[in-house]
Write a protein of this length. Structure first.
Length: 264
């Protein structure tokens, strides 16, 4: 079983990122830097194929990495991860043990999870608790069903985040099986977000827009009410609950991303 790490990064000049991430096997790197080039080199146990790309946007990068990969299993990776020494073995053994799994969500070192600490199948709404760094998948399952990362969402689009939830919802709609395996495969520094600039009106507006786009009107309204109430301790230092509520529901009502999708 061949594993590819699909690593998305921006404006990297050399291979230090591979060393700092402790990637020892195969990787497909999409470095969005304004030009187009390809180079490759051997690692301890595989090959890094590094694509400089003039494209922009995180989901664009991930779709391009998927296109360039020839592996059986792929794992998403950002530029602030550090893999444990036996990550390849842990991931491949999980897929061998779960032949029914099309997507496997792993655990991250030092990150609290609201998911139960056991192997289990995941469906919505539990997929709402998953971050992109945890997501792996059988490449053939995505090729067969046509599921891709939504290029209207994610860093670089101006539409906020939630792209990983959209991906998992699309996988479930396509009949793909999502499983959770609580094996720790990497740690994440996440020192600086490329899209999160604080709990301001733009954040809540985008939250409403993405929720409406992914879940539809009724569920988005229900979740919007829950989110504003449940997350109140996190954001009240930046914005009042009323302003947060107004911005979020304006995002739901205006349905900006849904309208963009309709224009494609």
């Amino acid at each position: 079983m061949k594993l590819d790490i699909l690593l998305s990064c921006v404006n990297q000049q050399d291979d230090r990122l591979i060393r700092s991430s402790r990637i020892t096997g195969n990787a497909v790197v999409i470095n969005q830097c304004g030009n187009n080039d390809l180079r490759s080199w051997k690692t301890e146990g595989g090959t890094v194929r590094w694509f400089d790309s003039a494209t922009r946007g995180l989901t664009v990068s991930r779709n391009l990495a998927l296109e360039k990969s020839d592996a059986d299993v792929c794992l998403l990776c950002d530029d602030d991860e550090m893999f444990v020494p036996d990550y390849e073995d842990l991931i491949c053994k999980a897929y061998e043990a779960l032949p029914q799994a099309d997507v496997i969500i792993f655990k991250m070192v030092g990150r609290a999870s609201s998911l139960e600490n056991r192997i289990m199948e995941l469906k919505f709404p539990k997929t709402m608790h998953v971050s992109s760094w945890q997501i792996s998948f059988r490449r053939e399952s995505l090729l067969r069903t046509g599921v891709r990362f939504d290029e209207l969402m994610g860093a670089g689009t101006g539409n906020g985040a939630e792209e990983e939830l959209k991906f998992l919802v699309d996988c479930q709609k396509a009949g793909l099986k999502i499983w959770y395996v609580p094996e720790e495969i990497a740690s994440v520094a996440q020192t600086e977000s490329t899209w999160f600039k604080g709990f301001d009106e733009s954040f809540f507006y985008n939250r409403g827009a993405t929720t409406r786009y992914i879940l539809g009107w009724p569920l988005a309204v229900a979740y919007g009410i829950y989110y504003v109430i449940k997350k109140r301790p996190m954001y009240t230092g930046d914005i009042s609950p009323k302003k947060a509520f107004d911005a979020l529901f304006r995002g739901i009502r205006e349905n900006r991303i849904g309208k963009q999708a309709g224009m494609k």
